[in-house]
Design a protein around this ligand. Sequence first.
Ligand code: PMP
Length: 427
Amino acid sequence: MSRSSELFTAAQAHIPGGVNSPVRAFRAVGGEPIFFKRGEGAYLIDADDRRFIDYVCSWGPLVLGHAHPEVIDAVVETARSGLSFGTPTEVEIALADKVVEIMPSIEKVRMVSSGTEATMSALRLARGFTGRDRIVKFEGCYHGHGDSLLVKAGSGALTLGVPTSPGVPASLAEHTLTLSFNDADQVHEVFSEMGDSIAAIIVEPVAGNMNCVLPEPGFLEALRTVCDAHGTVLIFDEVMTGFRVGLAGAQAHYGVNPDLTTLGKVIGGGMPVGAFGGRADIMDHIAPDGPVYQAGTLSGNPVAMTAGLTTLNVITSQSDFYPRLSQRTAALIDGIQEAGRAAGIPIAANQAGTMFGLFFTDVPKVGSFTDVMACDTARFSAFFRAMLTEGIYLAPSAFEVGFLSAAHGDAEIEATIEAARKALRTL
Ligand code: PMP
């Protein structure tokens, strides 16, 4: 029995499903999760000492790769002075200043400890600021597991939202409208009917939780237009896309400024950090300046702030950081698609900077939730397992995006394409 298998058995005794976040359990692809003990650059080393090239990168944060020496040194040095004080510290100012410098739409920013906390807080702020309850989100987008967000559309977009999880009160879900990503006409329709009662639109500007779907030209602009016309707060959830699609996230890439932005993942460099920020006149409604309550025992934790700040400092010290990573990501996608053609297996792909999505489908361009749902998930699962055998660790679900890091060099890209050639021949 492998060590991973032993650990998984042991984990299930006292941890629900043996994992502390459900997708880690491999239920979407079958088999048992692998337990890892170490990361080195582009590589993960498992409990059985097998090495994998990692395209999960801790689900996005590790844009510099695993255990980047500068980040680790800074974290260790900070930790020696104490792990947490629950008081203001200087490093919080440095990270806030850095975020504001990078993302011009953010005038003030509040640190939290996860992406979920960031989106929950941003929504409460938008509701408190506008005095409205209703929010709009999009099918296939994920914004963490806050109650208002675990909601799907009722029988039509204009009907009351329905909880997607037991435990979410229907009386809360009914305030959430779920529309179709990339359907600007539907957004206009809904806003002409009830725009003045909508507190916020929350959207992943590049959808990274239904694999990877890019916004159609004009979609994000349409959101900006209706929000301006109706006094609705536009929230870009850049937990995944921030410092990933490009330095200043999707908002800079597509040239559309939100009123509020939520951040996570890269901003913590692998430590638990989230943030929400934006227009000063909105942020001034947050306690202690304003009446909208929000707080956190470990918010702005100095060790976590140091990991995030050092990560951003390393990134911004290299002017070619994003072009270089984007090119490598493109080379990876091209190589895998080419391998697919050689094996007679059509693979569609989307890319946004250092994020990529591969789809087993005949559809040449995947641009909607419906397109994503039509993909062959059984084939993905077989591909996933064949890639694991070849030493490549992909996200264990057809609906997750892939991430590159600066540690993925030409050698790793080549090795991955070669692995894909072998894996695709076995399908
Ligand atoms: N928003 C987006 C866009 C995300 O991708 C995620 C997590 N994958 C979240 C919010 C929630 O973040 P966390 O898991 O840190 O709570």
